[in-house]
Design a protein around this ligand. Structure first.
Ligand code: ADP
Length: 376
């Protein structure tokens, strides 16, 4: 190398250093073995590690399970197949700080090659604050939808009472007339009684139709179904559910059936269900010594997939086991008892179902079914 060339190299290294010191997103550079070869100042702040302490270490220290164990395999698969799963795509996933805290993050990965080396650069954005704001927004939207539905139901209920009054009064009148006629029945009275009973029957059918109309109204949800990737919904919901749960060391095992990835769903609703179930699972494990959360997906028929969220927690309290999905039933001091009932309402409105069973090794498994949009 000439001295001019070496000066160039030094200058570009200095430039790189200053970029790494100032880039607002955390940046982590690794080699093809997964070893960290650079770590920006923002990465130091985000993950709580000093650059000097992580250089040369496997990047998997920045992830919780199951990515922690699987990351070497991810790189190896990419190097062998050349098929990117994340490079150039980016996704929301979970990071782990030096103190063990996990947090949702947006990760974009790029690849750089020189003649004799190949490196991967990861840009990480901490989503904790942004997602908290989004969740609050979503909560507000849900509350609003709920309130407007309740007031719509209130209006509906009073007009229903009014409408039902008519056929029910008519039924009462016909039946009373029939009873009076039967007190001393003449031959011709029998025909009139029959007619009165027919009219009473017709009016009660009409009352039934009005009630059914109300049920349809309540069941009608404004949903937008699209084809989505279930794996992606699961990992995003998992990241969302972890927000605000600090210093809780949970092993998360996600087992995705490749045959069950395509689902036809309203994405927000499925996330709402998953976040509810994952939060419940985490809450059930706060006291226990073993904390394992397992999320599994499985194709169970040509048009349905099953998703299960299993925990190693306390199990369902016996006194509520039979009425688990009833609204306002809770064993928690700060619980609302609405999570499971909302999950059930959402799923049943689209022909799905949800159920709970005791896990063989203790804890609980909640499972539900989703439509995968296959026609045959
Ligand atoms: P909330 O969480 O506000 O109490 P939910 O409807 O989500 O409302 O849950 C109702 C009750 O069901 C909880 O209070 C809890 O007793 C029980 N439960 C739900 N999920 C689990 C679980 N994974 N393990 C044990 N109990 C659970």
């Amino acid at each position: 190398m000439t001295s001019a060339e070496s000066q160039d190299v030094q200058a570009s290294e200095a430039l790189l250093r200053s970029i790494l010191a100032t880039v607002p997103d955390a940046m982590v550079v690794i080699d093809t073995d997964g070893a960290i070869i650079d770590f920006s100042a923002a990465a130091e702040r985000m993950f709580g590690y000093a650059r000097a302490d992580v250089l040369g270490r496997n990047v998997n220290i920045l992830m919780p399970s199951p990515d922690r164990e699987r990351h070497d395999g991810y790189i190896e698969r990419y190097l062998n197949t050349g098929v990117p799963r994340i490079i150039g795509i980016g996704r929301i996933t979970v990071g782990r700080r030096a103190n063990g805290e996990t947090f949702p993050m947006e990760l974009s990965i790029g690849e750089a090659r020189t003649d004799h080396s190949r490196v991967f650069t990861g840009f990480v954005r901490d989503l904790t604050e942004r997602q908290q704001a989004e969740i609050r927004l979503k909560e507000l939207q849900n509350e609003l939808a709920h309130v407007s539905r309740i007031s719509a139901m209130g209006t509906m209920a009073s007009s229903l009472a009014h409408e039902l009054n008519q056929p029910l009064t008519a039924v009462a009148n016909y039946l009373e007339a029939a009873r009076d006629l039967l007190a001393e029945p003449g031959v011709e009275d029998i025909a009139i009684v029959r007619e009165a009973l027919d009219d009473a029957a017709r009016q009660s059918v009409r009352a039934g139709q009005i009630v059914r109309g109300l049920r349809d109204f309540i069941g009608r949800g404004d949903t937008e179904k699209r084809i989505e990737s279930l794996g992606r919904l699961v990992s995003e919901a998992n990241a969302l559910a972890l927000i605000g749960i600090r210093e809780m060391d949970v092993d998360v095992d996600i087992q995705l059936d490749p045959q069950a990835d395509r689902v036809l769903v309203d994405r927000v609703q499925v996330q709402q269900i998953l976040v509810n179930l994952i939060r419940n699972a985490l809450e059930a494990m706060t006291e226990g010594p073993k904390r394992l959360l397992t999320i599994r997906t499985r194709r169970i028929s040509h048009d349905q997939v099953r998703v299960s969220v299993a925990d190693s927690g306390s199990g369902i309290a016996p006194e509520i086991r039979e009425r688990l999905f009833q609204p306002f039933l809770t064993t928690k001091d700060d619980g609302m008892g609405l999570g499971l009932s909302i999950c059930q309402t959402i799923l049943e409105a689209q022909g799905g179902s949800i159920w709970a069973e005791a896990a063989p090794e203790g804890g609980t498994i909640f499972s539900f079914t989703l439509d995968c949009g296959e026609m045959e």
